[in-house]
Design a binder for this molecule. Structure first.
Ligand SMILES: [Zn+2]
Length: 383
């Protein structure tokens, strides 16, 4: 037998890479837009506990040179202006700095310049946002919760111990089970289904986190949103409003999480959600991308006969994130979400992987701080 055929039959690449804990992305779509170097990937597979594979959403950020004014350039500008002014004054033998030593009389040179604003400037441009990532998705396994009346999640696996070892899994599930996304077409015909939702509404969107601790029939009220805005400013465009009730702790205990273990009807469900007043307030006052809950549904259990919040928001092409995992690490404001649902054409829902980037200030040396340092040196030497 031809040696290359023999090799391919034993999956040599799969085998060697798996030994080093490397994963493979297979059946990728059109890669023609990618440059040979410089693109960055975000790869979010469906979170299957014990799974040897998973549907995955892969997106690429293509590099593009552009000039933009951001927080760091705004922060840097006044420092640079001040520095320039101060350095020139120092060069002329006059100290404009009240707190620095009086260096008049000293021969102007870069080294003689009052150094404290220089150090401050350096520190301010070194302070960059470094981000920590938190997973807000429950893992799928055979305890995954699905709403009453739907087929339960079921994963089967086979393993081969003859020759090359391999594992394969097969899933049977309702799309609205575990941590999932409701597309607008779930409740409004003709609106976006899962694969239609633009990436701009899913990638790097602001998270607005609102605590609702009013027991199993608790609902979010318009007052909660007004209070949030009073404290944190206007709800940013493209935000996802997250209702945090702490219910994720009860998952996957069906009776505690749904308030009932009756799998045949929606009649006895009890868990928190959005009030219709809050949903209407959001439509009137904001331009958000969607809602999210750490409970089974954006409509609270007591309203799961008529689904008023689902029905209202779907008409405006807003999506829902349901069964989110523990939200306790999120700040009320400042986190960013990346939300990648399995790309199901025509699907009204899909398993979704949701991750949050938490903001945290830290110090790091990057290209911009090096650039600023050189600028200061030049200013100092030529001032
Ligand atoms: Zn759903």
């Amino acid at each position: 037998m031809d040696e290359s055929i023999q090799l391919s039959k034993t999956f040599p690449a799969h085998f060697i890479l798996a030994q080093s804990n490397l994963y493979n992305l297979e059946h990728l779509a059109d890669l023609s837009e990618l440059p040979a170097s410089g693109a960055r990937l975000t790869i979010l597979p469906m979170k299957i506990a014990g799974g040897s594979g998973a549907p995955v959403r892969v997106v690429a950020y293509l590099p593009s040179a552009s000039f933009a004014v951001g927080p760091s350039s705004i922060r840097t500008l006044p420092v640079l202006l001040y520095l320039n002014h101060n350095l020139r004054a120092e060069m002329q033998g006059r100290s404009l700095c009240q707190h620095g030593p009086d260096i008049s009389g000293i021969r102007p040179s870069f080294l003689a310049v009052n150094m404290w604003p220089l150090l401050l400037a350096l520190l301010s441009c070194l302070a960059v946002e470094s981000r920590r990532i938190v997973d807000l998705s429950h893992a799928y396994d055979n305890r995954t919760l699905t709403g009453p009346t739907l087929r339960q999640f079921n994963m089967t696996q086979q393993e081969n111990f003859n020759g090359t070892y391999w594992m394969l899994d097969e899933l049977h599930m309702a799309t609205h089970s575990g941590t999932h996304l409701d597309a607008p077409c779930h409740f409004s015909r003709g609106r976006w289904c899962v694969a239609d939702i633009p990436l701009e509404s899913l990638m790097d969107v602001p998270a607005v986190v609102i605590d609702v601790n009013r027991g199993q029939d608790g609902v979010m009220l318009p007052e909660d949103l007004v209070k949030w805005e009073a404290k944190h400013g206007s709800i940013p465009k493209n935000s996802v409003i997250l209702l945090r009730s702490g219910w994720a702790k009860k998952y996957p205990n069906r009776k505690e999480y749904y308030g009932s273990d009756d799998m045949k009807s929606m009649n006895h469900l009890r868990f928190p959600g959005f009030g219709i007043g809050a949903a209407q307030w959001l439509l009137n006052h904001t331009k958000i991308a969607g809602l999210g809950v750490d409970t089974p549904s954006v409509d609270p259990g007591i309203f799961l006969q008529t689904f008023p919040v689902h029905a209202l928001l779907a008409r405006f092409n807003l999506y829902n994130l349901e069964h989110l995992a523990d939200l306790s690490e999120l700040p009320a404001s400042g986190a960013r979400l990346t939300i990648l649902p399995m790309k199901i054409a025509g699907g009204s829902g899909a398993p979704v992987r949701v991750v949050a980037y938490l903001p945290s200030a830290s110090f790091a040396v990057g290209p911009s701080s090096i650039l600023l340092f050189i600028t200061m040196l030049v200013l100092g030497l030529t001032g």
